[in-house]
Design a protein around this ligand. Structure first.
Ligand code: TRH
Length: 402
C-alpha cells in the first residue's frame, strides 16, 4: 500500500467487540444534538479533505444542529475546493463549522462528544488523553471499499493503548456497511436543478466555456464529458473513442489534471480546461455532463448520485491492490460486460482498448443500456441509509450505552 493507506481488516490493538449494531434506537425520540471533532490529514490529492468536508457539512446541516469542529493539517489544499477557507487563519468558521488548522503544536481544546479520526490519521496524543477523561466516542472513518470483508469489520471496536475504545466505521455499498455520503433530498435537488435549462447555461458561463460550445451543448448538438483522473489514465484512448462517434464532444478537465490532453484535441473533440470549483458546483458539473470520468473515492460517489454513465479510475496502490478492489466493486454492480471491460481498461494503460470500447459503448443500443444501468444502480444505492445518518445513529447508541 502506498502513503501508509492500510485498509484495516481487523482492529489493530487489543480485544474486539461487536457493538450489536442492529439494536434499534427509539425512533420516536428526536436524535439529540451532539458535538463532533473531525480530524483530517491531507495525505495527497483532495479525497481526504473532500470526504471530511462533506461529512462536516452534512452533520452541521442536520435539523438538530450538531456542533462540528474540523481539524485540517493542510489549509492550502482545502482552499482549492472551498474558496471561503483562508489558509492564513488558524481558526475560522465556514458554514457554522469551526475550522482548526492542525499544526504540530495543536491548540489545547476540550474534546467533543464524538471524535472522528478520518482514515487512521492519529489525533494528537494529548488530545487522546483528554478524550479518555471526557468519555468521547472515538470513530475511525475508513476508506471506501466494496471488498466482502468490509461488512464483517464495520462497527467493530478495538481497545487503544489509552484504554479508549476505537470504533471502525466502514463506508460501503451494502446495507451492512456504513453506507455512502448522501445529503437529504440530493436526488430531488439534482432533478430540480436539471429541469431548469438556464442552470447548466449559467454554469458553463462560470466555467468560461466559449459561447459557441456552450450553445451547442445547450441545444444537445454536442456531448459534455467531464474528465477528473490520475495522470496514468489512458485519456488519449477516451479522446480517440469520442472522435469516432458522429456526435461532437467537449471534454471539461479541471486545470492541471491532464494538461497534455489539450494538444490532442480536434474540432470534433474539444478540450476545455475549467477552474477548480467548490463541491456544490463540482456536483453540478457532474449532473450536467453526459459522461463522467471520476477518480478516487468521493468523486466516484458523486458520479453515482449524478446518475449519468461514468468511468471510475480507482486510486492506484502498490502491487495492484486497487485492481482487487475494482473487481470487488464491479462484482456488486450489474453493468454490462462491455462497461466492465471499459472500467478495467480505464484502470490500465491501454489507450487502444479504451478507444475501441468507448466507441462501441457510445453507439446504439449500448449507450442507452449504459444510461439505464447507471440509473438503476443510482436508485438502488439511494435506497440505503446514508453514511452521516448511520454514523449519527451509531454514535447516539454508543453514548447511551456508554
Ligand atoms: O483527489 P482524489 O484523487 O482523492 C484521493 C482518493 O480519495 C483516494 O482514495 C485517497 O486515498 C487519496 O485521495 C488520498 O479523488 P476524490 O476522492 O474524488 O476527491 C476529490 C475531491 O475534490 C472531491 O471531494 C471533489 C472535490 N473537487 C471539488 O470540490 N472541486 C473540483 O473542482 C475538483 C476537481 C474536485
Amino acid at each position: 500500500m502506498i502513503h501508509g493507506h492500510v485498509f484495516v481488516a481487523a482492529p489493530l490493538v487489543g480485544a474486539i467487540f461487536n457493538l450489536n449494531r442492529h439494536t434499534p434506537i427509539d425512533s420516536n425520540l428526536p436524535p439529540p444534538s451532539l458535538s463532533f471533532d473531525i480530524f483530517c490529514r491531507v495525505v495527497d490529492n483532495f479525497g481526504d479533505i473532500g470526504v471530511c468536508w462533506r461529512l462536516a457539512r452534512q452533520l452541521a446541516d442536520m435539523p438538530n444542529g450538531h456542533r462540528v469542529r474540523l481539524w485540517v493539517d493542510n489549509l492550502h489544499r482545502f482552499a482549492k475546493i472551498e474558496a471561503r477557507v483562508d489558509p492564513a487563519q488558524d481558526r475560522q468558521t465556514v458554514e457554522r463549522i469551526d475550522l482548526v488548522h492542525w499544526t504540530p503544536e495543536p491548540p489545547d481544546l476540550q474534546p467533543c462528544q464524538v471524535v472522528v479520526e478520518a482514515f487512521a490519521c492519529d489525533p494528537p496524543q494529548g488530545f487522546i488523553q483528554r478524550m479518555a477523561a471526557e468519555h468521547s466516542v472515538w470513530i475511525n472513518l475508513e476508506y471506501l471499499s466494496a471488498e466482502p470483508w468490509v461488512e464483517s469489520c464495520h462497527a467493530l471496536a478495538s481497545i487503544h493503548l489509552s484504554g479508549l475504545r476505537k470504533i471502525f466505521f466502514f463506508p460501503g455499498f451494502t446495507p451492512h456497511t456504513g453506507g455512502l455520503l448522501r445529503e437529504p433530498h440530493l436526488l430531488k435537488t439534482r432533478k430540480r436543478w436539471l429541469s431548469e435549462p438556464g442552470n447548466a447555461q449559467a454554469l458553463r458561463r462560470a466555467l468560461r466555456l466559449p459561447d459557441n460550445l456552450s450553445q451547442s451543448l445547450q441545444k444537445g448538438d454536442c456531448r459534455q464529458v467531464f474528465l477528473f483522473c490520475y495522470p496514468s489514465a489512458p485519456a488519449l484512448g477516451l479522446l480517440q473513442g469520442l472522435a469516432h462517434d458522429p456526435t461532437p464532444s467537449v471534454i471539461l478537465v479541471p486545470a492541471g489534471v491532464y494538461p497534455r490532453l489539450e494538444a490532442s484535441q480536434t474540432p470534433h473533440v474539444h478540450v476545455h480546461e475549467i477552474p477548480f470549483v467548490d463541491q456544490t458546483t463540482f456536483d453540478q458539473v457532474l449532473w450536467s455532463s453526459d459522461l463522467n470520468c471520476v477518480r478516487g473515492e468521493d468523486s466516484l460517489v458523486r458520479a453515482m448520485w449524478a446518475g449519468k454513465p461514468f468511468l471510475w479510475q480507482i486510486y492506484p496502490q502498490n502491487e495492484d491492490a486497487h485492481l482487487v478492489k475494482l473487481q470487488a466493486w464491479l462484482a456488486q454492480t450489474s453493468f454490462s460486460p462491455a462497461v466492465q471491460a471499459l472500467m478495467q481498461a480505464w484502470n490500465g494503460d491501454t489507450h487502444a482498448s479504451v478507444g475501441a470500447l468507448v466507441s462501441r459503448l457510445l453507439s446504439v443500443p449500448a449507450w442507452s443500456e449504459w444510461q439505464r444501468d447507471t440509473r438503476l444502480w443510482t436508485e438502488k444505492m439511494a435506497q440505503q441509509p446514508d453514511l452521516a445518518s448511520s454514523l449519527l445513529r451509531l454514535c447516539v447508541k454508543l453514548l447511551q450505552t456508554g
